[in-house]
Ligand binder design. Structure first.
Ligand code: SAH
Ligand code: SF4
Ligand code: F3S
Length: 436
């Protein structure tokens, strides 16, 4: 009998992509993917463990699933970064009752893991990390829409001292450029308008002599690719060759996610980020000089161990000077086994972390609003990606090249349409527009 599987995804875009791979792997083995958890024989949670609250969310969810399905048991599997971070400890916890776990490099083993559990009743696991697995031979089972994710490299060798990702996803490895280009061609034929190249350090991509800029050029040359984005890059890998290419190619979006993490050079050194405050600012200047109109988003951590209130002011200073278009700001969360956890005490109080995150969020909100208000009156070409919004069925939503959301009256636009609009209003997070 066909077994039904429900997959829920947490964490970053790489996990979204991996869930598409898992769906494809399971469909080939005759599993049916369902969208209702209650109707599923097997529930899989593709998990994130980057901060403590990500773990807690999943643990609560497992309890909820198990409780709701009493007395009929349901098989529950944990995929993704919690699997490689906590390993078999997850299976040993009797309160959780998890049946199998699979890490990010073990998804081809899932059919085997599931049949082991169903046949023997014993728990099963595969959490080995690979130096080679890129899943380039698997065509992900994608959701319909405007954008398709493509992982071009996996893993991370940077070992930022706060970060668990190098332990959960293993070493860096890049896909053969030909396989990426072939996939992009197939995506264009399937009607996707945008591709987003993914990697934990996407711009550290290297396959033999092909570097990230070379690959971007190859992807940009594929006829019919309307928009190309990429995430997440590391500030250490932005050679001017890449910046010039971005400036020259109309189908490469003028938007960069440039994770700052902290503004103080001593703290950046303790984080092992490999750049100073001044180097970060100089990079921003160089990018702005080469690619006029570029938009920046960033990630920031407040309250890294030993960060003083005065050092935090350097982060505030960088945020004021760069004026990022948007920012994701996090409180430092100690992750077991990372270098920071082993060497440094989590010594900034919760209260002080809250104070710092509030300061930065307020500052960033004001900057985002000012920058968005600058758009009022401008004419923008947007690509429609949703036929309704959270608030209204009468509106639809698209994005500018700079990745800003624009809400417009629905009319008879379809997902994938290009619409030229005048921007009429702005909040810190969205723009409103009128088609012209
Ligand atoms: N590879 C990506 C990001 C991975 S995690 C990159 O290098 O940009 C996404 C973000 O989570 C990071 O940029 C960082 O800001 C945040 N983060 C990672 N570890 C964290 C921790 N221990 N505590 C708080 N935030 C963390
Ligand atoms: Fe984590 Fe740093 Fe690697 Fe990003 S670059 S995944 S923050 S170790
Ligand atoms: Fe989370 Fe793993 Fe992505 S820890 S942020 S799901 S790489």
């Amino acid at each position: 009998m066909t077994k039904t599987v429900f997959i829920e995804t947490y964490g970053c875009q790489m996990n979204e992509y991996d869930s598409e791979l898992v769906r494809s792997i399971l469909k080939k083995e005759n599993y049916e993917i369902v969208t209702d958890e209650l109707g599923a024989d097997i529930v899989m949670l593709n998990t994130c463990t980057v901060r403590d609250n990500a773990d807690r969310k999943v643990v609560n969810r497992v309890h909820e699933i198990k409780n709701r399905r009493k007395p009929d048991p349901v098989l529950v599997g944990i995929l993704g970064c919690m699997a490689t971070n906590f390993k078999t400890k997850l299976l040993e916890d009797p309160n959780l009752g998890i049946d199998f776990i699979a890490g990010p490099d073990s998804y081809k083993q899932l059919p085997k893991l599931i049949s082991e559990v169903t046949q023997s009743g014993d728990k099963s696991f595969d959490i080995t990390l690979s130096e080679f697995e890129t899943y380039s031979d698997i065509s992900p089972s994608r959701d319909e829409g405007v954008n398709a994710w493509i992982a071009i490299m996996r893993g991370c060798n940077n070992f930022c001292t706060f970060c668990v990702v190098p332990y959960t996803r293993g070493r860096e490895r890049s896909r053969d450029p030909e396989s990426v280009v072939d996939e992009v061609k197939r995506l264009v034929s399937a009607g996707f308008h945008q591709v987003t190249l993914l990697g934990q350090n996407v711009n550290s991509y290297r396959h033999d002599a092909t570097d990230f800029a070379d690959l971007m050029a190859m992807v940009s040359d594929v006829p019919g690719v309307e928009r190309i984005r990429f995430t997440s890059p590391h500030p250490k890998d932005f050679p001017s060759k890449l910046l010039r290419l971005m400036a020259d190619r109309p189908n490469i979006c003028k938007q960069i996610h440039l994770p700052l993490q902290a503004g103080n050079t001593r703290v950046l050194d303790k984080m092992n980020r490999t750049y100073t405050k001044d180097e970060f600012l100089a990079l921003v200047d160089e990018i702005r000089a080469t690619i006029p109109g570029i938009s920046f988003s960033t990630d920031i951590i407040v309250g890294f161990p030993t960060e003083t209130a005065e050092e935090f002011e350097d982060t505030v200073d960088v945020v004021r000077r760069v004026r990022f278009d948007s920012a994701y700001i996090f409180k430092y969360s100690e992750r077991p086994n990372t270098l920071a956890a082993r060497r440094l005490k989590d010594d900034v109080s919760e209260e002080e972390k809250t104070r710092r995150i509030v300061v930065l969020n307020e500052l960033q909100r004001a900057i985002s609003l000012e920058k968005n208000r600058d758009y009022i009156g401008r004419v923008e070409r947007i690509l429609i990606e949703k036929d309704s919004t959270k608030k209204s069925d009468m509106d639809c939503q698209g994005r500018t090249d700079s990745n800003r959301i624009v809400i417009i009256p629905k009319s008879d636009y379809r997902i994938g349409d290009w619409v030229t609009v005048t921007i009429t209003d702005a909040t810190p997070n969205v723009l409103k527009g009128m088609p012209i």
